[in-house]
Design a protein around this ligand. Sequence first.
Ligand code: TYD
Ligand code: ZN
Length: 408
Amino acid sequence: MECRVCGEPLAPFMSFGPMPIANGFLAPQDIPLDTYRFELATASCKRCRTFQLIDQPPPDKMFHANYAFFSQTSRVMQDHFENFALDIAQRLLARRDDPFVVELGSNDGIMLRHIAKRGVRHLGVEPSANVAAAARNNGVNTTSVFFDAESAANIREQYGPADVIAAANVMCHIGSIRDVAAGIALLLRDDGVLIFEDPYLGEVIAKTSYDQIYDEHVFLFSLESVRAIFGPHGLSVIDVAPQTTHGGSMRYTLGKTEHHEVSSTVTELEVAESRQGLGDDQTYDRFRQSCEASKAALNRLLGELRGAGKRIAGYGATSKSTTVLNYCGIGPELIEFISDTTPIKQGKVTPGTHISVKPPSCFSEPYPDFAVLFAWNHAAEIIAKEKAFLESGGRFITFVPEVGMIQA
Ligand code: TYD
Ligand code: ZN
């Protein structure tokens, strides 16, 4: 396997073992005798330091008719994307005449509708046809194609060059990132900007949040790797801004340096990454040890609680939980069920480990003694919502940044 960014041969520093598809929730009667698995192994490229999976399952295994990911309907995420649009409008569109904004992986228009509302020319690029249709219903001009150099050229021909190209939680999914970078360079106006955000490698390493590693997340970016991807296309990172979403993300703004000033936040992050050792092999050896320690601690805790006859549920059937459950070998013998608000996940079982997913109404009938907080990235919202559970003596079990408990 070669680095998807620079072509250097890749060597894994660890494997999380044979993994099913993270979002492969199935009804019990639909579970095949032989569940598809791939080796979830990770590498940090020794040349460009891009953190990536060694193997990624073929796209048709991950995305199919049953997979319709609609952006979070949670209030926090709605607000986050409204603020993202505001950041674009105020910081990047000011003083531009009739600007044109393109969003890659625009989903149901959760961000772009706030741009559309301002009467700004825009285009969402969303390959999933049913999700694109939902965006159009939200008043967002959307095309349902895969973004690459060819579609970028078509968009430029039809609409002209883009002043802003935006993406959120999209770039880290795209193995063919070089084609996407070429397309962006082609579509962007000479003084245009690219702005995107994804879960941040530095946060994953700092918090041992290894559950961010699953089939769809082929990359976890850092400043260094973003530079390696877009530098060859003449795009420099001109601003960075940490985000609290998805357990710790980074928003990168890129443009040509002859048109933009480089913010001091960029140098600060460069220093922080060097201090954290994101470019050192030892950091990844330590990360592997931290993952192993986390796995042992979680198994020990759940085993002890079950041994004492306690009832344990899960909270949030996240994609991330597939890595935790399969890597740690946790199944229905430890976790009775997982509560989740997503209708299409309810009545199904978790990929590879076959824990039942149930609607939130089951969570309180009666409350379990403990609930593993798989949706830890929404902790604040969930803790506020589940006051009654905590006040009745229930506790959340967390595993990020360490295995521990949250109680009233
Ligand atoms: P998400 O944050 O998108 O995580 P991932 O990218 O790992 O899938 O998913 C959150 C999941 O948690 C989603 O399935 C909905 C569920 N959830 C609840 O069940 N209750 C809640 O209060 C919240 C906020 C989320
Ligand atoms: Zn590389």
